[in-house]
Design a protein around this ligand. Structure first.
Ligand code: AMP
Ligand code: GLY
Length: 435
């Protein structure tokens, strides 16, 4: 079949590579893609917010399946757009309806959903411009640190964690009254701070059945030792060693099953990925309990770059079953090895950074996978930087140290002016394993 994948990051390159491997895939198009995705299919310049243009491309090119990488088109209703058009409604679109995408598009919706279905999450309250004073009074009843979250999509920047009450009250005012995060902060969720270790768990669902994909941990801060500004993600490890069988059973029974049953009960069509952003909190008996920090309605980036290489099953077969509602009839086989992904970024990222630097050394990489994120093919055919997160190196190893070593050795071979990467990805997990 012919497949269109929407998106342009490292996540999409990792997905494109897996789709291109499928015996069921005839032609693969990636819109808009990057220099790396051209190795898997044909890049095509479509605007992800222009559903008419996407629909026309699908018809004109006899596309059978559309896989949506990022959240924005889902929150904007691309699945509903396809469902409403007679000529598009039978296209297998992998991604939830706009209603389902509210799990990511509105923190308030997500919190209410979790409350309705008894899913463990931090205690919270939601405030608006009219209830600023109540919000400030509520903050005064909590212990620091204070967690403030813009309700809507804020490009990963809408969460503030503050140690000081005065500052928290002031920031709440800026969010509600002065639109610090634009419309996204016209409502603000204030929630209890959860202390623990974060991890991501991914689920593919047809709305009734589900497959739990491997867990992963990402590294959000720019600096080694988890310091400095937040980024889109500087690396990832899959699986997460502490997410053992007992923990994953809690995730399945306390979170995955109630989430999917909740979607069904509320008649929310959902065929796609659910990304559970979890906090593993130590319980009184010393075991780890999972709490939902956030839902996303897509795969994570850079988690996909360590999770997807571990999927041994045919991903297009899984997507087809997702569309057809018979996901329980296909198997999901996972490579037991550990995947370590190290992201290479442009000088200055996540603040102002340069684009257009020529990348060298890609041909020297061995025994690792390269997934491009912010790259493009320059005028002379060179591959040049075209974003803050430029590309990542993923290595599969029989142990975490061997996977890490492979990625670090190969990362060193790839050069451009000012390229940066963290050398300590996965070290926290290694320390936990070693005690
Ligand atoms: P979110 O966009 O909701 O994932 O939040 C961004 C980051 O803020 C998360 O990845 C966590 O590191 C942190 N965070 C969010 N909510 C909480 C919470 N209730 N307790 C502790 N940390 C949190
Ligand atoms: N890695 C976190 C995200 O994709 O949102």
């Amino acid at each position: 079949m012919n497949i269109l994948l929407l998106g342009s990051g490292g996540r999409e390159h990792a997905m494109a590579a897996k789709i291109a491997e499928s015996k069921l895939c005839n032609k693969l198009f990636i819109a808009p893609g990057n220099a790396g995705t051209t190795q898997c299919g044909t890049n095509i310049d479509l605007k992800l917010d222009n559903f008419n243009q996407i629909g026309k491309f699908v018809i004109d090119n006899n596309i059978h399946m559309v896989v949506v990488g990022p959240e924005a088109p889902l929150v904007a209703g691309i699945a509903d757009y396809f469902a409403q058009k007679p000529e598009l409604k039978n296209i297998m679109l992998i991604g939830p309806s706009a209603k389902g995408a509210q799990l990511e598009g509105s923190k308030d919706f997500a919190k209410l959903f979790m409350q309705r279905h008894g899913i463990p999450t931090a205690a919270y309250r939601t405030f608006t411009r009219d209830t600023l004073k109540e919000g400030q009074a509520y903050l005064a009843t909590l212990q620091p640190p204070y967690v403030l979250k813009a309700d809507g999509l804020a490009a990963g920047k809408g969460v503030l964690i503050l140690d000081n009450l005065k500052e928290a009250k002031h920031e709440l005012q800026l969010m509600l009254k002065e639109a610090k995060f634009g419309d996204a902060s016209s409502r603000v969720v204030i929630e209890q701070f959860l202390s623990g270790i974060e991890l991501s768990v991914f689920v593919l669902t047809d709305g009734k059945h589900y497959k739990i994909l491997p867990s992963a941990k990402d590294y959000k801060r720019i600096g080694e030792g988890d310091t400095g500004l937040n980024t889109g993600g500087m690396g990832s490890i899959s699986p997460v060693p502490f997410a053992d069988k007992a923990f994953m059973q809690k995730v399945e029974h306390r979170i995955v099953i109630p989430t999917i049953k909740g979607l069904q009960k509320e008649d929310i069509p959902y065929k796609g990925f659910i990304f559970l952003g979890l906090m593993a909190v130590t319980a009184e008996d010393g075991t780890l309990d999972p709490y939902v920090i956030e839902y996303n309605v897509r795969m994570g980036d850079p988690e996909t770059e360590s999770v997807f290489p571990r999927i041994k099953s045919d991903i297009v077969e899984l997507f087809t079953a997702t569309w057809n509602g018979n996901l329980h009839q296909v198997s999901l086989d996972i490579d037991e090895r550990t995947a370590a992904c190290v992201m290479l970024t442009a000088e200055g990222y996540p603040e102002k950074y340069r684009k257009g630097d020529v990348i060298s050394g890609l041909d020297k990489v061995d025994n690792s996978l390269i997934f491009h994120a912010g790259t493009k093919t320059g005028l002379s055919g060179n591959i040049v930087t075209n974003g803050g997160r430029v590309l990542c190196v993923t290595t599969l190893g029989s142990t975490l140290p061997t996977a890490l070593l492979g990625s670090l050795q190969n990362a060193e071979k790839i050069q451009w002016k000012g390229r940066y990467y963290r050398h300590d990805i996965g070290q926290d997990l290694l320390k936990r394993i070693l005690g």
